[in-house]
Write a protein that binds this ligand. Structure first.
Ligand SMILES: Nc1ncnc2c1ncn2[C@@H]1O[C@H](COP(=O)(O)OP(=O)(O)OP(=O)(O)O)[C@@H](O)[C@H]1O
Ligand SMILES: [Mg+2]
Length: 357
């Protein structure tokens, strides 16, 4: 049978240090059809904002050319993060005069503290009610300029936008696909290059997120300063000691440990803020686990420092736990060190055209 127009979405996670490309195929049992990591020079993307879309577009074009990928006409799923997106879970009381969409829009006007003219707005109904019988709804506002930047990259490569997603929901989808849902609150922590997103989920529902402006770049910056070396050398040392291929000197160990403490303290404050009842918190649900994703979650000592502070088990997520990978194409020894980088990309790849974004 000839299958026309049925190709899956190409997922692009455009982060501040790299673009992660993912194409998943298959029905319920997903498998990786294509996967790639495309490094980006510093300064093109920062904190979710694409500063130089033309440069990102060129990087992607070069990659397609070098790998003989023909992207023209392909539909892609892209993601928003950082300052580009506002997410808020609210509870809406039944209102016989307004439908849910109208109520959600008014709630967003009230909560976003941003002109709605500058935002694309959407919402999703979690399907659950709170203890007062109100509907739990998640409001999402995306800054137009951020979407424009993504469009430029995508259209410049003759591709089309299929779905616009957020890093936070992509990670939550990836988690549910691989690990299922839980009756307790779980923290999903994505430690990227420029920032760290802390997201709380429960029963497969989004609860709360906050972004902390510390990521892998901060470790590298501090190491470079303390060792009086350039960023590339500091980055090399950081990765080598974190992968245990090199011993950490006292200076290196101290810098990494101090940055770990700083990041861990921000994460701890975020989780505690929600659990203490802020932001429409669901009362009385225990917080039991934290899961890590993002390239920088492997930084030496981070996982242990976080577990000690949060007092719950902490584990690095495997985005391919329930996704088949051809190990001849993607050797397990490489993937075991790098899989966590693809957390968001796998979540994006799970989306299909026509899904509500
Ligand atoms: N093995 C490792 N140990 C420690 N840090 C690592 C390792 N591998 C990658 N990193 C760091 O992870 C970061 C890149 O992670 P990731 O690809 O998730 O970020 P990004 O998506 O580009 O950034 P952001 O999401 O913040 O825009 C870099 O700072 C890099 O130094
Ligand atoms: Mg990222």
């Amino acid at each position: 049978m000839v299958e026309l127009f049925s190709r899956s979405l190409l997922a692009l996670d455009i982060g501040s240090s790299s673009i992660k490309l993912m194409e998943l195929a298959g029905g319920h049992q997903k498998k990786v059809r294509a996967m790639a990591y495309i490094p980006l020079p510093a300064g093109i993307v920062a904190n979710g904002v694409i500063k130089d879309p033309a440069a990102a577009q060129e990087q992607l074009k070069d990659f397609f050319k070098a790998n003989r990928i023909f992207p023209f006409g392909r539909r892609v799923c892209v993601t928003l993060s950082g300052n580009a997106v506002i997410i808020k879970r609210v509870a809406l009381a039944p209102d016989k005069d307004k439908d849910l969409a109208e109520q959600a829009y008014y709630a967003a006007e009230q909560h976003f503290q941003h002109s709605m003219n500058d935002l694309e707005f959407d919402f999703y109904n979690t399907g659950s009610l709170n203890e007062r019988g109100e509907t739990n709804v998640v409001l999402v506002g995306a800054k137009r300029e951020a979407i424009d930047g993504l469009m430029e990259i995508v259209h410049g490569n003759r591709m089309k936008i299929g779905v616009v997603e957020t890093d936070v929901f992509a990670l939550a989808n990836m988690f549910e696909h691989n690990y299922g849902t839980s009756e307790t609150i779980m923290a999903l922590i994505n430690v990227g290059a420029s920032c760290t997103q802390v997201t709380l989920v429960w029963r497969g529902e989004y609860l709360y997120t906050r972004e902390v402006a510390i990521g892998g770049n901060e470790y590298t910056r501090r190491l470079a300063e303390a060792m009086s070396v350039d960023a590339a050398a500091a980055e090399g040392t950081k990765i080598a000691v974190s992968n245990f291929t090199q011993d950490a000197t006292e200076v290196v160990a101290r810098q990494l440990s101090e940055t770990n403490d700083q990041l861990v303290s921000e994460i701890q404050t975020t989780v505690a803020y929600y659990l203490q009842g802020a932001d429409n918190a669901v009362p009385g649900i225990p917080f039991t686990n934290a899961f890590l994703a993002g390239g920088a979650c492997r930084t030496l000592g981070f996982e242990a420092a976080l577990a000690a502070a949060l007092q719950v088990p902490v584990a690095i997520l495997n985005p391919f736990q329930n996704v088949q990978v051809n190990h001849r194409k993607f050797p397990p020894e490489e993937l075991s060190l790098d899989a966590q980088k693809y957390g968001v990309a796998v979540g994006l790849g799970l989306r299909s055209v026509g899904d509500k974004s």
